[in-house]
Design a protein around this ligand. Structure first.
Ligand code: NAD
Ligand code: TDX
Length: 336
């Protein structure tokens, strides 16, 4: 089974490849990743050198390269993780988001059509459903409503994936997951950013009133669900993935402070993110009842493990936060 996995050097993609290759040897994975600031080959150490794994550095928007890879490796399956994934960066500059997330997905879909693939799995997000009020959950029927350049680019890709199914009969499935946490997450995202700032006794920049709510899932639970949808998901369907663990941002920040033995004086309420979605919460009844998935990691334990992982992997994040990331941090947080 030859699978093209894109974006496999990022947070979720690398956890996915390491997990799948530790579980099965009946798959051959070609990992196509551009190695943007978010891609890191160090993440793939457990998979390196395996005979059923091949890394290719390249851009999913590169038609010729994608075509060449489909032909060379007889690709019959695609799992598309590759994306620009950070909302704040999409607010600072949107163009690369539409280029990678929309055009890139189009290049993959066209190649998939040319080579008659068996399944195309689009890794999407709950952010395509917009923002919830105090109550309610996102179901697969919730209308698409997008508020950030990032979420609009992901929604555009989802609609394109569905159009390729309806028009050309391309065998597609879409997963929409809530906020992930776990090892190997780039420190621009809430949880690793707060852990690292705590460790360095830097201020913890909480946007707005800190009461925006996200629904957290451990990355391995997400990846097990992606694998299940890849294997058993019904063609043309969307599956929501979430672990029903809603937390206000300030609760997350206090949990991290507490675990690291720091005081709340580090908290700094800063200017809100423009267009900041108030609340996300996922109804994952469909994947649970249809495919038998359920989350297996308990939030407090998996958070503790995640924090310990960052404590134990200082060289991993020290390399990352030098260079380009410093410039981004200055632009994003300098004037708040
Ligand atoms: P990430 O930013 O950590 O990794 C993205 C990876 O894609 C990087 O390795 C990067 O080098 C690669 N990439 C970017 N542009 C590329 C291009 N043009 N060609 C080839 N490779 C390219 O992101 P992540 O958090 O691992 O997210 C992975 C996927 O999951 C994304 O599609 C994202 O939208 C989705 N998702 C993320 C979350 C979350 O909480 N992080 C939740 C739901 C869905
Ligand atoms: O410094 C910060 N301060 C802060 O208050 C950062 C980085 C974030 N926040 C808030 C904004 C959000 O309400 O924390 C919450 C989580 O923020 P992010 O980690 O940036 O995630 P979010 O915007 O919710 O998007 C994430 O989940 C859905 C991923 O980045 C997306 O790729 C995924 O699709």
């Amino acid at each position: 089974m030859n699978i093209l996995v894109t974006g496999g050097a990022g947070f979720i993609g690398s956890n996915f490849i390491n997990y799948i290759l530790s579980e099965r040897d009946d798959v051959f994975i070609v990992n196509l990743d551009k190695l943007t600031y978010a891609g890191n080959l160090e993440n793939l150490k457990p998979s390196e050198g395996k005979k059923n794994y091949q890394f290719v550095r390249g851009d999913i928007t590169n038609n010729e390269l994608v075509d060449y890879l489909f032909k060379k490796y007889s690709i019959k399956y695609v799992i598309n993780f590759a994306a620009e994934s950070h909302v704040d960066r999409s607010i600072l500059g949107s163009e690369i988001f539409y280029r990678t997330n929309v055009i890139g997905t189009n290049v993959l879909l066209e190649a998939s059509r040319r080579y008659n693939i068996e399944k195309f799995l689009q890794v999407s997000t709950d952010e395509v459903y917009g923002s919830l009020g105090a109550t309610g959950l996102f179901t697969e029927q919730t209308p698409i409503t997008t508020n950030s350049p990032y979420s609009s680019s992901k929604a555009a890709a989802d609609l394109m994936v569905q159009a390729f199914h309806h028009t050309y009969g391309l065998p597609v499935v879409i997963t929409r997951c809530s906020n992930n946490y776990g090892p190997l997450q780039f420190p621009e995202k809430l949880i690793p950013l707060m852990i690292l700032n705590c460790l360095k006794d830097k201020k913890l920049p909480v946007y707005g009133d800190g009461m925006n709510v996200r629904d957290w899932i451990y990355v391995i639970d997400h990846n097990k669900a992606v694998n299940l949808v890849f294997e058993k998901g019904r063609i043309g369907e969307v599956y929501n993935i979430g672990a029903s663990r809603e937390m206000a941002n300030i609760q997350i920040v206090k949990l991290i402070l507490n675990k690291l033995g720091k005081t709340e004086e580090l908290i700094e309420y800063v200017k809100d993110r423009p267009g900041h979605d108030r609340r996300y919460a996922i109804d994952s009844t469909k994947i649970q009842t249809e495919l038998g998935w359920k989350p297996s990691f308990e939030f407090e334990q998996a958070m503790e493990y995640t924090i310990d992982w960052y404590l134990a992997n200082k060289t991993w994040w020290e390399r990352i936060i030098s260079g380009e990331y410093q410039k981004y941090y200055e632009v994003q947080y300098g004037n708040r």
